[in-house]
Design a protein around this ligand. Sequence first.
Ligand SMILES: *[C@@H]1O[C@H](CO)[C@@H](O)[C@H](O)[C@H]1NC(C)=O
Ligand SMILES: *[C@@H]1O[C@H](CO)[C@@H](O)[C@H](O)[C@H]1NC(C)=O
Ligand SMILES: *[C@@H]1O[C@H](CO)[C@@H](O)[C@H](O)[C@H]1NC(C)=O
Length: 466
Amino acid sequence: MFVLKVVLLLLSPFIVLYWLLKTYVRRVDAKYRQQNGLRDDVKIIAFFHPFCNSGGGGERVLWVALRALHHKYPDYHYVVYTGDIEAKPEEIKAKAKKQFQIDLNFDISFVYLKKRYIVGDRLYPIFTLLGQSIGSVFLGFEALFQCVPDVYIDSMGFSFTFPVFRYIGGSRVGAYVHYPTISTDMLQMVTNTKTSYNNRAIISNSRVLTSGKLLYYKLFAYLYGLIGRMALVVMVNSSWTQRHVESIWKRKARTVYPPCNTDDLKRLSLQNKKELQIVSIGQIRPEKNHSLQVIAFKEFIDKLSSEGIDTQSAKLVIIGSCRDDEDRQRLNDLKQLSRSLDIESNVEFKVNIPYEELKDLIEESSIGVHTMVNEHFGIGVVECLAAGLITLTHASGGPKLDLITDGVNGFLATDSQSFCQKLYNIYNLNKSKLNDIRLNARKSADRFSEQEFETLFLTSIEEILH
Ligand SMILES: *[C@@H]1O[C@H](CO)[C@@H](O)[C@H](O)[C@H]1NC(C)=O
Ligand SMILES: *[C@@H]1O[C@H](CO)[C@@H](O)[C@H](O)[C@H]1NC(C)=O
Ligand SMILES: *[C@@H]1O[C@H](CO)[C@@H](O)[C@H](O)[C@H]1NC(C)=O
């Protein structure tokens, strides 16, 4: 009896707090509905997307999802929680239109969050993950205290807001995850550094540190898992993210690829290809490994020459953008490399060219090549597939997991020799086989179309909508 009394005494402040919060939230709901002229039975669907005006891939997902929902359920009331306090609703919609050609010509209620800074990483030099996560709980409360949704969808990875909306707001929670907050790779990395040191003094010193860090990561991963299981529906943007989310959240997640705009490229002709023209599309960044392309191309040319084949028409067209001086330096190094390999006349660089020119170049090229290791996804690769190029990519990351089936809709390689070998194999394929691969490539790009995204998103979210 005594124990029970103590427990009740200890718990009572929490019970009171819970009751107060629930009461307050009921008031917020009544007020919001009254201000917006919503009857009690009108469903409120809210997206938590504090950076909704950034114009990136994540925002494209948000707008396409909202448009699809509104199209199917026009009577619901749609809300976006955003921290872009300086942007008016019309401005946000205009940007979506300009940047993604997405018409948001229906009512969206933007609920502004003034405390977005508390989820920035500058605030937490150490324990950043935990700091940002706790920060997001507060931001979640700021959102909930303005509007209480029936359905809450986090589309920016602020998972620690789930309990706020589920238990205080009484909302049904869904999530679209682009990237896990903590991944099994990170845990692995800390574990590895722990065993890779061989200096004694360092071992004893750093062991405490690394074990400390490992413990922190593990604890965080455990919390993250608890939280992740509070969502009723979880979608992820790729197989890579699915693997990590499922292993840490210990639950099912459904892969719903983000929409890519491939319609334009699908209309390009497959006739009039220059047999020996290879195109490469990507920013001139180190991880894209353009030098591997140049070296493999050189080996390929040498192989053809040694068989007496005329290689004058062989071309590697490197299309890219340079953001800064470092990129421009890299570009010069690449030019230098092709000079020193004596293939200067076979390698063309097209930097910061307009979209129309890019399309023409893609249309006349036969092969698309992509050499980055462990690319998470590769929009550029999807574009090659949609354009019907014979696509040759590095056998890792998203291209291998999600995009290319070797020999079916494209090819995979690992180093300069195997890139060269695959180019040579492609050169030796007959017309009908090449055409099959081009058509397979186009078809496989449909998995990333807007229609496909909308269909999968709607069927996945449906169970929490009613
Ligand atoms: C998923 O999101 C992450 C983070 O924004 C991104 O790096 C990755 O390319 C995305 N995957 C797909 C399939 O778009
Ligand atoms: C580029 O590819 C080569 C050959 O596979 C590899 O040795 C090198 O590390 C790669 N560079 C980068 C930056 O990935
Ligand atoms: C083209 O090559 C494929 C195998 O790569 C073969 O099955 C097919 O019969 C060939 N077609 C012609 C017309 O030679």
